[in-house]
Design a protein. Structure first.
Length: 323
């Protein structure tokens, strides 16, 4: 019986996942990304000579890019003189920018890669990427004469989003406009990207439904549960923002990841607000207001709502608000 029931639940979760994934796509913004911006330029020389193998690699471009959340780095590199042998250009993690090839003097190259491919350092208030490009001499060593190569480059950022500190909600929590505020504030910082669909597609939807439609039908204890739960859910988002503004800004760029985070706060909010102590009638009215694919129940009549499939209901004990 338990095996059959588990299989049914797994099948339901698979359906729920496919439906919800389609429902929670990133809410788009109508604004367009900013124009490309120069992030570095320079020129110089690099030398190769006979000797140890380490001598056959040179880092010729080192950039530090600060306070961009995402974007595409475009490096235009021009080689001046060139010793006659195979040469390739690489990022410092050794993944190839440009495959090894014979390069003649005066040859120009354009390399493109997303910021996410580079080493990233996050502090509470900033993000810095290290964008380093190497040149590797691939000729046969005993045939490689000592030589000096000249180069020049310019680097710019395209299709980017700068880091702008997210602003905390300015009012008292358990507020009717909280999710609308978070949605609009996010769109203002992320032109062309948008806001997580959780704000409008789940948070605002259920706040309005519970407080406008369900609240008047509940006992005073049930009403307090709704008020306390809404406050705790909003507090969890605000705490995430205040504890790490940069991480929060990155989190908002991926609607699905934000959804996982937000749903991960629900069980504690329900339990700490007294779900287990509500009478059966209040629990039934609350559950009845939840859309079916947002509700996972078991026969014990002690279900937690809003979990969907992201691991919130990964053990029965969360349904019972057991500590």
């Amino acid at each position: 019986m338990h095996i059959k029931r588990s299989l049914i639940i797994l099948a339901m979760l698979a359906v729920v996942a496919s439906l919800a994934a389609a429902s929670f796509a990133q809410t788009p913004s109508t604004k367009t990304p900013s124009a490309p911006v120069l992030i570095g330029s320079g020129s110089g020389t690099y030398n190769f000579k006979n000797g140890a193998s380490a001598d056959y690699n040179r880092t010729i471009i080192k950039l530090k890019v600060t306070d961009f959340l995402l974007g595409q780095v475009v490096i235009k590199l021009k080689i001046g003189t060139q010793c006659g042998a195979s040469t390739g250009f690489f990022k410092e993690d050794k993944s190839v920018f440009n495959g090894s090839s014979y390069i003649k003097g005066g040859t120009s190259f354009e390399f493109r890669d997303s910021l996410g491919q580079f080493k990233k350092t996050i502090t509470k208030t900033s993000v810095t990427y290290e964008v380093n490009v190497m040149v590797a001499y691939g000729g046969v060593r005993f045939m490689a004469p000592p030589c000096t190569n000249s180069y020049s480059y310019s680097a710019q950022m395209e299709n980017y989003q700068r880091y702008v500190p997210p602003k905390p909600y300015p009012g008292q929590l358990a507020a009717s406009d909280y999710y609308a505020y978070r949605h609009q504030e996010c769109i203002g910082r992320h032109p062309g990207v948008g806001a997580p669909s959780y704000y409008k597609g789940f948070g605002e939807k259920y706040y309005n439904r519970f407080m406008n439609d369900v609240y008047p039908k509940l006992t005073p204890k049930g009403q307090k549960f709704l008020t306390d739960t809404s406050k705790r859910l909003e507090e969890a988002i605000e705490k995430k923002l205040k504890d790490g503004p940069v991480e929060f800004a990155f989190l908002e760029l991926n609607s699905l990841t934000f959804l996982r985070f937000a749903f991960g706060t629900h069980v504690d909010a329900y339990c700490d607000s007294g779900w287990a102590s509500l009478d059966k009638d209040d629990r039934s009215k609350i559950r009845a207001a939840v859309d079916k694919f947002d509700l996972i129940m078991d026969r014990s009549d002690k279900a937690t709502f809003g979990g969907i499939w992201f691991g919130i209901i990964n053990a029965l004990q969360v349904n019972y608000c057991i500590r």
